[in-house]
Design a protein. Sequence first.
Lengths: 422, 422
Amino acid sequence: MAITLNKKPTTGMKDILPEEMQIRDYVIGVIKDTYGKFGFTSIETPAVEAIGNLNCKAGGDNEKLIFKILKRGEKLNVADATTEDEVVDGGLRYDLTVPLVRFYSNNSAVLPNPFKALQMGNVWRADRPQRGRYRQFMQCDIDILGEASNLAEIELILATTTTLTKLEFRNFQIRINDRRILKAMAAYAGFNEEDYDSVFITLDKMDKIGIEGVKEELVGNGFDAAVCDKYLELFTKVNEASNGVNFIADSLKDYLDKEVMDSFKEIIAVVEACKADSFELVFDPTLVRGMSYYTGTIFEIAMPEFGGSCGGGGRYDTMVGKFTGKDVPACGFSIGFERIVLLLMERGFKVPTRPKNVCYLVEKGVAGDELAKIMKQAEEERAKGMQVLVTRMNKNKKFQKEQLNKEGYEDFVEFYKEALKF
Amino acid sequence: MAITLNKKPTTGMKDILPEEMQIRDYVIGVIKDTYGKFGFTSIETPAVEAIGNLNCKAGGDNEKLIFKILKRGEKLNVADATTEDEVVDGGLRYDLTVPLVRFYSNNSAVLPNPFKALQMGNVWRADRPQRGRYRQFMQCDIDILGEASNLAEIELILATTTTLTKLEFRNFQIRINDRRILKAMAAYAGFNEEDYDSVFITLDKMDKIGIEGVKEELVGNGFDAAVCDKYLELFTKVNEASNGVNFIADSLKDYLDKEVMDSFKEIIAVVEACKADSFELVFDPTLVRGMSYYTGTIFEIAMPEFGGSCGGGGRYDTMVGKFTGKDVPACGFSIGFERIVLLLMERGFKVPTRPKNVCYLVEKGVAGDELAKIMKQAEEERAKGMQVLVTRMNKNKKFQKEQLNKEGYEDFVEFYKEALKF
């Protein structure tokens, strides 16, 4: 046998040594355990997707970074081919969102509704190799499909922050905004709707170039200086206001549905009531999140130890519909698994050495303080080791319970609006 | 956005639903926990390997089944290319052995010696799609590199059978043979060395076509009938002998080093002394194992519930050397993860709801009964929840302990030949 072996991993990818694996396995265990207590279930999709699915425009710039897979057998004819498309039929997934939506479209008939999914798996991007960034890396996505109410946002934030707290992270922030607030602010200032994307790309640089830098770039891009001033004044005033959310709600009341703002306030209030001391929930009107598919709430994890985000997500209510023709409400969080592992490694983290479950059925009208109390109660039970699934009560409660029975839930606690005057 | 999504997974691959994932995660947990108690550490290698590594001839027929990855950017010129090789630079791994050997070659300087590796990861093979076999599937490999003695075989068999027992498998068999016994039997009968591979391919069909079928095929392949008779008579006599191993040892004494047979007997004796009641260890002189890289002991898991093997492995002492120029003793077991999950699913398996470690340093001369007692003691301690690493004592014991300290071992028990007259 000739010596043909290249001892190094393929360009931009890495071997994972036992020491790092121990931390990775621990983090995976904490994630699976913690989200499990919230009723999330693990799923897995293949690493390879049909090339048409990967090029569906939901992947943004990542579609330029696909590792493409050659056709095989009779379907392949390299000699006569003139373009890539002729020789390729698949590719390695670049994220877990496109596969999740395909998975949900394929299997929704046999999945619980709402469906709370936990996915951990590798993704591949042919990025230029650089220190600390690899072409194969683990993503960890949690998504709730089929939940239209802000229960999805609340649970995602609580489960994610509980996970990070268990991993001994402290003093981090969850920054929250809403794409509809972003748009209303731009409308209030007088930008045209077709310019919003361009405006937001500039706004997204606020933490790097500051408010003066943003103004300079906007004006440089040809926007009216008075409009820009009105726009940026809003951000300054939010910062100065004693309650930024209330200030924005008042300022934008002619540009934004009251329900949107009320729901946004509720997310903040409920999370504040249940949350651990390990993090702050912060309204950040400059938060943009790049992906075009977000339709509502957006959020991001900011770690003081790490310059930049350690994960984020948001609501994307129209993405399933774009694939299947029928919209399904959806909200998800992607945790920066590799960054978390890196931070734990850097701080010399040593890996240290669930019982009954219950389902809370919450009537549709239950909201605000009542909802907060329920979530807090669930948190307390989880802290004692219980698995607690909190879900909205369906009209056909009997059928819903039968389905939940099949998922393993036998004990139910029902919360009705009328009975909840605390 | 146009509707381009193909809801189905890519041909031959599958979506894994929560119910199956729960069993998979459980099996992964038991495997990691059980091998962990034996001192195996997890590693991971990238899914993608350089195409030259995958085509190194160590992959056998699997090399025909590679999912190949297209070059990217300026390196790719489809229009001018006439062959596959010109447009491809990588491929998805088809097993974990080639990546392990590359990993070991790349990282051996910072790895413990011997290095006890646990790898769990997906592999990809573009097999013809068929029911129950998928083009992406999980493999679970455990390997010991750098251990020349049969301690490697013993530990691999014990750790693997403990794992299967914890997963509630009963009445299974570990079939064991040695490539050198196979060869000696062929030599004894009078086959020429260059014909061994052909003879073994036929022998491997014994359980399907029976001894008469094997004879017919051998003669049909042009081998001398008298040689074939002498060969097959050996197999008949082994079956009839009260102790097949002793019979073979006597019959082959002019064709096989005594040390090979003694070591083989010792593996059997030690495993018999330590083993659980859940399985039988069976000498099977018809066991061939397809891969050409095996150099010594070979073994296979046979499950009564499953027609065929549920895993197997063996010693491959020259494979690292073929890549690096320097041989390293190596022995490994590959567990049929997907088959185990399938069997658990079929029987309606429900997923049910480590403390201090110690290192046993065993002097080189310790063998036979003495070794069996040590292994049994280790088993008992593991059953109580301990992590017990059993390893051969090096000449420079102080340095060895320092290295083991770095891996987290602080307590040592030393076993010397002279002190072990039980």
